[in-house]
Design a protein around this ligand. Structure first.
Ligand SMILES: Cc1cc2nc3c(=O)[nH]c(=O)nc-3n(C[C@H](O)[C@H](O)[C@H](O)COP(=O)(O)OP(=O)(O)OC[C@H]3O[C@@H](n4cnc5c(N)ncnc54)[C@H](O)[C@@H]3O)c2cc1C
Length: 283
């Protein structure tokens, strides 16, 4: 199918893009187009205007300041995966980037597009939750910063307002003794996840601290397994302690099943991923 007719705008600054968004209430933003173009072609969306921000300057940079790694929203998945700065400061993001679609998708798709879309099965939202990240949002009134935990509000829903642009993403630089693990179950390499886990925590004095277990593809948005993680605070990642934490997952996570893949199987797989992640963290 072909998209319904729309007007195309290519602003040369973020200010122009915001002005165009304000002027056209039925407009949508286009970044890498890897989700928007199929949605347009299938006529799932029929905007009056498409505002192409894909080539805006200074929105794909990677930098470190005041203990935070900052990545422009237009950073492509392939560049995220190849960045030596990200490798050192947030290896979890690189581990996740390799699971996003196929090379063709990663060559065009941007981190901002993935986060703004907020697909419940997407990898990056869960990583941001695990890392305690935040999103820098720009509107005509100026900039605001939203914690990842408050940004993802539901299936394809975020705290972004219609007339705002996600400008950058920030995560704390990997602190000493912190380790991350990323695990995903998918039917084939490159498919969306059936279920996935981004885990992050500190291993010190033989125990785990500040553990965060963020699941994706389980519900309408990424979810932290709070009780399971808290049960391990200060404890060793022994087989018995991990098994006790896995037993608490049913209190934390309430997976939504899909045809041929029921809630109980999904919950079981969440436990399998926790065991995999934590035994590797302990190694
Ligand atoms: C075959 C296939 C497989 C895929 N597999 C995966 C996968 O495994 N995991 C995954 O996460 N995704 C997957 N995707 C989806 C897609 O790759 C990502 O969602 C993609 O990275 C989106 O980024 P984009 O730059 O292409 O966004 P676009 O398609 O350009 O935009 C997506 C949405 O975000 C909005 N948007 C984009 N940038 C901004 C911004 N800076 N501020 C505000 N709003 C913005 C747009 O208006 C639009 O609504 C897949 C897609 C395809 C076609």
């Amino acid at each position: 199918m072909k998209p319904a007719p729309f007007n195309y705008i290519k602003p040369s600054s973020i200010g122009d893009a915001l002005a165009a968004l304000g002027e056209h209430p039925e407009a949508v933003l286009l970044a890498g187009g890897q989700s928007l173009l199929p949605m347009l072609n299938m006529r799932l969306v029929a905007p009056s205007h498409v505002i192409d921000i894909g080539a805006l300057p200074a929105m794909n940079e990677v930098s470190i300041a005041d203990g935070w790694l900052r990545m422009g929203a237009l950073l492509r998945h392939c560049d995220l995966a190849a960045s030596p700065t990200v490798a050192e400061a947030a290896p979890l993001l690189q581990a996740a980037a390799r699971h996003i679609g196929h090379p063709a998708i990663r060559n065009r798709g941007t981190i901002g597009g993935s986060l703004a879309l907020a697909d419940p099965a997407a990898e990056l939202p869960a990583c941001l939750l695990a890392l305690g990240g935040r999103l820098v949002i720009e509107g005509l009134d100026g900039e605001r910063v939203v914690e990842a935990a408050a940004f993802f509000t539901g299936t394809f829903e975020t705290a972004l307002r219609r007339d705002e642009i996600l400008r950058a993403v920030e995560v704390p630089v990997l602190a000493p003794k912190y380790r991350s693990e990323f695990h995903e179950l998918a039917r084939r390499l490159g498919d969306y996840a059936l279920v996935g886990l981004a885990a992050h925590g500190q291993i010190d004095n033989g125990g785990v601290h500040d553990l965060r277990l963020a699941f994706f593809a389980v519900g309408d948005k990424p979810a932290l397994a709070v009780a399971a993680a808290r049960s391990l605070e200060g404890k060793s990642l022994s087989e018995a302690n991990i098994a006790a934490a896995v037993a608490l997952l049913a209190d934390d996570i309430h997976p939504i099943g899909q045809p041929g893949y029921g809630e109980r199987t999904k919950l079981h797989h969440c436990g399998v991923l926790v065991k995999r992640a934590l035994s590797r963290m302990a190694a």
